[in-house]
Design a protein around this ligand. Structure first.
Ligand code: FES
Length: 137
């Protein structure tokens, strides 16, 4: 059901974990299955480059593989560049997913957006929303 690229990514997950000194935080839930993804980033406030990114998830193999790939695609990129990453681009970079698993890839794109939104909120002096329930997509 999964192609080799997806299986390989799943077996060699990148950037799993939690960045203690993060300044960007996102938590997203998948309304279709109830799975949850949490992402943290350290974004350099001078350059706005994503220097560190990590995820952890209660999610299926497709969610984990796409999250892993998405983190490698945004690491070293600017906030603006990261916002342009779509779940389709992540899925394409993995050579595709079974149709019924496409919804799983949305977690990564939305978690990146949530992280950056949180970073911009903190920058604007708003309180971080880390302890809120996950945003369901
Ligand atoms: Fe829930 Fe894939 S089945 S994220």
């Amino acid at each position: 059901m999964y192609n080799e690229e997806v299986i390989n990514e799943f077996q060699n997950l990148q950037n799993v974990g939690f960045i203690e000194n993060h300044n960007a935080y996102g938590k997203i839930g998948n309304a279709a299955c109830g799975d949850i993804m949490e992402m943290t980033m350290y974004i350099n406030p001078e350059t706005e480059i994503i220097e560190q990114v990590a995820f952890r998830t209660f999610g299926c193999a497709a969610a984990q593989a796409t999250s892993s790939r998405a983190t490698t695609l945004v690491k070293g990129k600017t906030v603006q560049e990261a916002l342009e990453l779509t779940n389709k681009a992540v899925v394409d970079s993995l050579g595709g997913l079974p149709a019924q698993k496409i919804h799983c890839s949305v977690l990564a794109e939305e978690a990146i957006k949530a992280c950056i939104e949180n970073y911009l909120d903190r920058k604007a002096g708003k309180v971080s929303n880390e302890n809120e329930k996950p945003k369901m997509v």
